[in-house]
Design a binder for this molecule. Structure first.
Ligand code: NDP
Length: 349
């Protein structure tokens, strides 16, 4: 068996030497346990965001699709494909499948994929799909005819949010980092408009693309782009704060409010941050709510079922950026953090 061990805390963009690929000998399985072999592994932004809380020396976090290859647990028979939710970056895992202390399932059988690829369980029919489904519908509560803006629009979560917004009859503006991604969003996913956030005329283009203002904003990125969007919002608009990837690899931004203690410009930074979105939030009476997708664990399979239904009806399109080889996990991870993926980034063992 092989696994990646967290060696050194990330500073800025992760470096290959921060993780170490090691061999390990696994013990024989005991009663109630099973051994699973990884088939697909996921690389996700949360791995970067949560890294500061991970103990050094631990196996690096992540979920995978795996096949049960040995079993002394009748709920996980040999040959079954499962989602190993907290297995981490490892080729082989021994598990008893029991929930963790936080009540999260560590592994579950993949519900009948009905002909769809098993890897979808790491994307549209898994955590990112549910993030889009619940995080958008429950928090933004979109109404037909409204204008929806989504950032990180060509990624795993954002591309699904925009399509669900279209299903709900909204006008959708997607924001992402390349013209090629924009073409995919508009031509294939039928987003109404696309803006590249790297465009120097972003603010002007945002105004032109949202003549009726913005009713719902699904925020995957945070930072200056989000501030500009929030300042375009209509009265009683709703903001679903999903992530802030624009700051994950940036030491200063990631610290957020600690900017307050800047020794010299202390006061300047305080007023800048405090005023960036609060004026719009108050004057337009906006509702801004953060969430973690596990809030909806009790409805987990409802989200998967609905997204699967939409795929089968041709209403939800889905794309993956696949990296081959367990040895390329790190490359796939850093590539994703820098926008190398369109749709869900995964690794095929
Ligand atoms: P994506 O598939 O969207 O991949 C990450 C993307 O982020 C890249 O492709 C890149 O696209 C974009 N990106 C990188 N740097 C920047 C930057 N500086 N500014 C703007 N965009 C940037 O990942 P996911 O769909 O898995 O995750 C999207 C967001 O959702 C993340 O913030 C993540 O943390 C969050 N999330 C939150 C969950 C929750 O429970 N709250 C659950 C799952 C995800 P581009 O080319 O456009 O720059």
């Amino acid at each position: 068996a092989r696994k990646y061990v967290f060696q050194k805390q990330f500073e800025g963009l992760p470096k290959e030497t921060d993780l170490k690929l090691v061999e390990e000998e696994l013990p024989p399985i005991k009663d109630g346990e099973f051994l699973a072999e990884a088939v697909f592994l996921s690389v996700d932004p949360y791995m970067r965001a949560y890294a500061p809380q991970l103990p050094l020396g631990s196996t690096f976090i992540g979920s995978q699709v795996a096949k049960v290859i040995e079993s002394k647990n009748s709920s996980f028979p040999v040959g079954q494909y499962i989602v190993g939710n907290s297995f981490g970056w490892r080729t082989h895992t021994i598990s008893d499948g029991k929930p963790t202390q936080a009540g999260q399932l560590t592994a579950w059988l993949i519900p009948d994929p009905e002909g769809l690829p098993l890897s979808y369980s790491l994307g549209v029919l898994g955590m990112p799909g549910n993030t889009a489904y619940f995080g958008f519908l429950e928090i933004c509560r979109p109404k037909s005819g409204e204008t929806v803006v989504v950032t990180g629009a060509a990624g795993a979560v954002g591309s699904i949010v925009g399509q669900i917004a279209k299903i709900k009859g909204c006008t959708v503006i997607g924001i992402a980092g390349s013209e090629e991604k924009g073409k995919w969003l508009v031509d294939e996913l039928k987003f109404d408009r696309f803006i590249n956030y790297k465009d120097k005329d972003f603010e002007k283009k945002l105004k032109a693309a949202t003549p009726k203002g913005v009713d719902c904003y699904f925020d995957n990125v945070g930072g200056e782009i989000s501030t500009q969007i929030i300042n375009r919002m209509n009265k009683f608009g709703r903001i679903s704060v999903c992530g802030s990837i624009s700051g994950y690899n940036d030491k200063e931004k990631a610290r957020g409010m600690r900017f307050w203690w800047h020794p010299v410009q202390n006061y300047y930074f305080f007023t800048f941050l405090a005023g960036a979105v609060q004026f719009a939030v108050v004057s337009q009476q906006l509702k801004m709510e953060g969430f973690i997708v596990h809030r909806w664990l009790d409805r987990w399979f409802e989200g998967i079922k609905q997204n699967k239904q939409w795929i089968k009806e041709g209403k939800l399109k889905y794309r993956e950026s696949v990296t081959e080889g367990f040895d390329n996990m790190f490359k796939a991870f850093v590539d994703m953090l820098q926008g190398g993926n369109t749709g869900k980034a995964i690794v095929k063992v």
